[in-house]
Design a protein around this ligand. Sequence first.
Ligand code: ADP
Length: 458
Amino acid sequence: MAGRLIVISNRIPTGDPSGGLVVALHDALLARGGVWVGADPDPSEEGRECLHELGDIPYRKRAFRLSKTERQNYYSGFANSVLWPICHRRTDLIEIKSEYRADYLAVNLRLARLIAQDLAPQDVVWVHDYHFLPLAMMLRSLGVTNRIGFFLHIPFPNITDLAILPRPEDFARWLASYNLLGLQTRGDVARALEMFRADPRAEFLRDGTVKFDEHIVTVASFPIGIDCDQIEATARRADPGPFGAANPRELIIGADRLDYTKGLPHKFEAFGRLLQGRVDRDARPTLLQIASPSRADVAAYRQITNDLQAISGRINGQYSELDWQPLRFVHRSVARDRLIGLMRRAEVGLVTPLADGMNLVAKEFVAAQAPDNPGVLVLSRFAGAAEDMKGALLINPHDLDETAGAIDYALAMPLDERRKRHADCLAVVRDSRISVWTDRYLARLASCVPTLALSRHQ
Ligand code: ADP
């Protein structure tokens, strides 16, 4: 019989699970039993007792606590000011400090010890994202031979950017300690294999797996998806709120975390370009950008917020009429049903990241459309979602004229073409639905070459 599932992610949900990934992991844990381990959601708590249980559902949730200093160095520091910008090709924003790396390793080692204590021989461990890259290496150093999988939700970095990491040679070793390295796209897999190919410690085996020291790792892509049935159902009954009426006639929607990777200044400037080039002065397109606040303790995020306020002020100052404000920049989270309703109401979904692991907003926009009269997705070719979503209008967000042209084309697109493009996108969204994603990943992990020998101690 299969062992329990041990999931490690940065956050563990409190209360009822909601959101695609959270529900999918919840279902997988309910099916197999197990433990969901993540950082304590209450940042005011300090202390080192580390593990405690929350709630009494059939699987356990365990939170590990971070001290204030660890939160600064491990989370805001190494995870979000080193790894995040490296993986998103913003090496200019990297902030390297020795205490960041030291606490990143210390937190992962503490977590590894706590997980190892509680592990039964058949348990399968599934580690999520860049906060925990060295966790498998540390578990191996404690003698753990269980199957351990990793999924990187963000882009795999370029090999040249990796060189900027302190001790860059560690990165390949961390990843090679997993049995399965799961990535979002085929492009990510190509970059990971390029890294291993350039490493003299790595050897490619006939079946495509990589042998690294005594470990064998499988590298494969698992494009993450959404719960499309639920979103389609929500969209059918959703109330878009004040935008439900005929005004504005042409609604363009953007919904992103307020992050410098999302290309929001580029989006605003491209929209400005569209307004500038308008031939029909009666056309009144409105861009509604809803941006949920994010990581305000990191300086680069405060800077981008100020930049966006300035750009939106300039564009509105230039183009507003007494009865029309072209750009609405709403800097807050919006309830899920309302957001889905707004997506259904919009003529265009505008998704412009400069780098993005997948981008679920793009998939949600597609699922939210009415198939008989759908809106059009304008999508950055640098979002992981663009690898398969060929029905979208793909753009380079750095090219403002191209983006403005694509929005213009989308607003005027004939119904037949809209339907055809939407059907193509919807097929992709349904194929990668989140429940299938979880099953595919876990089945692949179960079929990976097991780890037989104990690793050397560090
Ligand atoms: P990331 O994980 O980098 O934030 P994704 O596009 O993959 O980007 O996922 C973002 C999720 O957050 C989506 O489910 C989206 O619906 C939701 N979201 C984005 N912006 C908002 C907002 N302003 N209010 C509420 N939810 C939002």
